[in-house]
Design a binder for this molecule. Structure first.
Ligand code: ADP
Ligand code: ADP
Length: 227
């Protein structure tokens, strides 16, 4: 479970990006954070893995305060998928997926074998494993990004606009495949999107933020649509 308790973020220039946010993401569920550009979605997400530190309030992962966990510890526990996948350009696909487990001390053969399994899981067979990112389509790169985020077998996954950089047809396909994958892996996920349809389609729960980082609405897609 991921829990935000009265979490706020004020940047150094005085901008309040997140204002007194209270949220709970039950284990195995996906929370979609949605709202207009600049409403604090990415800031909220990055406070979970401490790419940004909260100004006040507490974020806990299964009851453990993230501020008492070092960033390397958080990397093991939290996979991270970003827009455009953010792959390492000079590494092959399989090396991209194996990079973090290797960095964290994993055995070369085992991390490689696991990377190939994960690529298979996201629909990329061995032909793609030895290509470089630039030799893949945008949608294929996003699949590699998802496989890479899963490489340390983290219980938590953060996704920042993971499907928005591809065309609508590929996006719909990736969303469907992701739903199927999540059905199998059951991670605890926070996903940022500016697309309300995507939030309603993928979220078990949806949090709508408005400008100033204030939570406007929170509930299941059904609750939001019938309220
Ligand atoms: P979103 O992801 O919803 O587009 P962000 O979390 O990126 O929103 O940004 C929330 C607010 O914080 C915006 O007003 C943005 O301009 C501001 N902001 C983001 N990063 C910084 C920063 N490093 N310094 C100052 N203000 C920032
Ligand atoms: P390196 O240590 O190889 O230089 P970086 O620390 O620069 O790698 O990270 C590169 C990218 O890895 C980041 O931009 C981020 O998107 C991605 N990344 C992968 N997994 C995580 C994670 N669990 N937490 C944060 N970033 C991650």
């Amino acid at each position: 479970m991921i829990r935000f308790e009265s979490v706020s973020k004020v940047y150094d220039d005085g901008t309040t990006a997140v204002d007194n946010l209270n949220l709970e993401v039950p284990t195995g569920s996906l929370l979609a954070l949605v709202g207009p550009s600049g409403c604090g979605k990415t800031t909220s997400l990055r406070m979970i893995n401490r790419l940004i530190d909260a100004t006040s309030g507490t974020i806990t992962l299964d009851g453990v305060d993230v501020s008492s966990t070092d960033r390397v510890g958080l990397r093991r526990k939290i996979g991270y998928v970003i827009q455009h996948a953010g792959l390492f350009p000079h590494r092959t696909v399989v090396d991209n997926v194996a990079a973090l487990p290797r960095l964290l001390g994993g055995d070369r053969k085992k991390t490689r074998a696991r990377a190939l399994e994960l690529l298979e899981l996201v629909g990329l067979d061995e032909r793609f494993a030895h290509r470089y990112p630039w030799q893949l389509s945008g949608g294929q790169q996003q699949r590699v990004g998802v496989a890479r985020a899963l490489a340390t077998d983290p219980p938590f996954l953060l996704m920042d606009e993971p499907f928005s950089a591809v065309d609508p047809i590929v996006r719909a396909q990736l969303q469907d495949e992701f739903l199927r994958l999540q059905g199998e892996i059951g991670k605890t996920i926070v996903m940022v999107t500016h697309d309300i349809d995507e939030a309603l389609k993928l979220g078990d729960q949806v949090a709508v933020l408005r400008t100033g980082g204030v939570l406007a609405q929170f509930g299941t897609p059904l609750e939001l649509l019938t309220r």
